[in-house]
Write a protein that binds this ligand. Sequence first.
Ligand SMILES: Cc1ncc(C[n+]2csc(CCOP(=O)(O)OP(=O)(O)O)c2C)c(N)n1
Ligand SMILES: [Mg+2]
Length: 230
Amino acid sequence: MHMFSAEHRLLGGYAFVAEGIPVAAGAAFQSKYRREVLGDPNADQVTACFFGDGAANNGQFFETLNMAALWKLPIIFVVENNKWAIGMAHDRATSDPEIYKKASVFNMVGVEVDGMDVLAVHSVAQEAVARARAGEGPTLIEALTYRFRGHSLADPDELRSKAEKDFWFSRDPIKKLAAYLIEQNLVDEAELKAIDNKIQALIDDAVKFAESSPEPDPSELYRFIFAEDE
Ligand SMILES: Cc1ncc(C[n+]2csc(CCOP(=O)(O)OP(=O)(O)O)c2C)c(N)n1
Ligand SMILES: [Mg+2]
């Protein structure tokens, strides 16, 4: 969750649920401002903002949808509806469980997609990017999905039924895409295995780096809160 990368233009994960949504609107506003006010023709960036079903009942979600639609910001709101917010079932926490419909009251396009189908998600994302670049404003994409583990190490994951988990495990989007690529003769097993091995090696390196790094000194506690002089 607490990742940030200026190099990859990743504005980070946020500990407070929904806190990243208005931050994403700020990013989208700056692309629009650079293009339309400062006349920068290269400012065609589209912001993608990801959050969970648990964030979609938070006030910041509604406030930001309103501003983004009003100002036709180049932004895609992607809600990963995995049916649970830690141990709170989505259906028990929201008045209308179909989140994509909430776009309509802001005069915004809302679409629902099978979040377990990589190509279906790619297709709706392409349409949303084109809409944003054409100056037609934001899109709310609700990807219906599931998480394969508890929310975090602190979640014992005792509330979700085995039947529900089994239903979703059998629809693993990575396995489904791999099967499709093989069926279409676009890759073979060995190529997919090589990708898996490469990813595993990257993860192993990251874990080794983390475990062998020294604990930060308490004097570092207030660093990185504000920009520092070079
Ligand atoms: C504003 C706020 N309220 C409550 C919490 C505690 N909290 C952490 S994650 C979470 C649920 C988030 O649900 P969702 O986004 O659906 O994530 P998932 O459980 O699917 O991983 C809650 C209530 C928080 N971090 N921030
Ligand atoms: Mg969730």
